[in-house]
Unconditional design. Sequence first.
Lengths: 169, 577
Amino acid sequence: MTEETERRNHTLVVTVENKAGVLARVASLFARRAFNIKSLAVAPIDDEDLSRITIVVDGASAPLEQVVNQLNKLINVVHIQDLQPGHAVERELMLVTVTVEPDHRDDIVEKLDRAGGKVMSVGIDAMMLSLVGTPDHIDVFEEFLRPYGILDLQRTGRVALANLDEPID
Amino acid sequence: MKLDGGQALIRSLELEGVEVMFGLPGGAILPVYDPIIDSSIRHILVRHEQGAGHMAEGYAHATGRPGVAMVTSGPAATNIVTPLCDAYLDSVPMVVITGQVPTGAIGTDAFQECDTTGMTSGITKHNFLVTDAQDIPRTIKEAFHIATTGRPGPVLVDIPKDIVDPDNPNSAMEWSDNVEMDLPGYHPDTSVEPAAIQAAVALMQAAERPVLYVGGGILKARAAEALRELAELTGFHVVTTLMARGAFPDSHELCLGMPGMHGNFTAVTAMQESDLLIALGSRFDDRITGRLDGFAVDAKIIHVDIDPAELGKVRRPDVAIQGDCRVAIEAMVELLRVQGVGESDRQAWRSRISGWQERFPLTYDPSVPGEALKPQFVIEKLRDATPDDTIVASGVGQHQMWASQYWKFDHPYTWINSGGLGTMGFSIPAAIGAKVGCPDKTVWAIDGDGCFQMTAQELVTATVENIPIKVALLNNSYLGMVRQWQDMFYDERHSEVFLSKDVPDYKGWAEAMGCFALRVDDPDEVENAIAQANEVNDRPVVIDFRTEAREKVYPMVAAGTTNSDLLVHPSQEDQPR
């Protein structure tokens, strides 16, 4: 991801009521207003009545203010936090299965160790790895693995919380 | 107290003050129709579910109270999608109750099952699928609260059969008179920022060419009186959009009438040349702005809207005021009284406006005896022969534009039409709903023949339920507005716009539906026919006015052009602008 697209993308942390159909409402709002979603992660939070949707919005598809205002009109949306780029902790998890000739195995494991990743499963000529990191960090590692041959890959989409020194809005 | 879900639903509606509902029963909603027999609520049995929805809208437009419609699942729910979308685009408070297959059958493609909440989530302010009978009273309370507060809109409540069927244990519930709403994400804010009001007032004081650009939000906010005070205090001219006709009296010297694609020259041009547009409950719709990059390029913008998402959606305002229009206008008036309306010289602007009014009045070539009627002439005659608080409901197309142009609206809530969605067939059911809500007022539907054929069957409802509306059918045998576009932009190649000269026989059809009906071909017969119609109050009336098909709506801003390129009536083309 280039620096410019990263700047255009915005991370919205949307707290919603934990009810059936709420994710569909959010997703269909994006579709019908022609806003683009780059990444989406959803899970309940500590308050079981609430759930949190972390959405990375393509800021070029619509003014962010319009996206926030339209989201706010959804009755099930309780709170929206706009995390400014560089002012939040952002993490993503990648699971990836990569083809590995035995003589390259050490190479990969060493790199993975340094990146803070783990080997999850080992086959005859393949390994499954997991890595948690910033989206950029994951991008870089994914590119490193690509020449070996990626058999399967799943990323979670990013989750984020504001830095502790950020004013709470 | 133990109740079943169906009883709880009807009781909840009674508690919301519902006096009338429009609907049609069927399988899934059947259990709720039984307690209606014992309810104080008047139920009006429609002939098609779309009619129920538009009636509820007409009722809401005329009374300001939420309209209520109830229909069954599946095809009934799909039939009411159009009114829901119509109400969504025009911010009409409405609560629609739909039946649904039993909870256990949801997702199995059961008979008359459709995903009603999924289908309507994008065209309702909110919707609910209730799965527990105990939740019915709270959900109904929430539905009315959401429909009527903030920016009003339609709310749908989908009710599976098992939770209202007394023979099913799932319908058992314990009634309580005290239910609390649980809407953690809904906090409509009507207050306004004093700093924003001050900034707006400063712009108003400095403006030399100000225009109050008034939309439907003024009516929703019950702000017509406040608006009049603001206009008279400042001496600023007012344009009333299609959704706001009647919010400011057409007879007032400061009223310029309707702007937009078929607005009158002065309203369109005053906005276009203005240096300050004060947008009050209006949303810079494409039918108002014409080509956006050429719209009112010198104007600063004050935008007042209760919906923050409207502020900056289309045109970036210089001062954005989120809040209730009435509260905002009253705050402006208060400040302007203290601070004065500014020293700007607006005399030159006023004379430009009166010059436009003199050179470019609305006009048409008069009806010639022996030839087809001019639709504008019919509307003028009707206007002059009815009480000035007559409610007019229109369909969509040329007749709608002429009605808005040629009627004189001097009272709020007397003009009901489908503005945002442009729903053909709106007028007859909407007029019925309005008449139910305001039985003491005269209600005329002004309709076209294309529209009439879409919803005319509701005249049977009107006859049977004793709702004596009157219908002025401007019958030119064409889908007139489409024909106008084909005349102007498709080299007069008429594709699929001719309906029929003789079929149906509207007079015969109307009589078959229990109406008093007349057919008028000659200009000399118009007044007499209207007089006869005005005498009939025990059943609906339909007058089939045979009108000239070549007539076009002028002025017109052609699609893709700016408001400066307004096309005027041919007789005005040589006038200096």
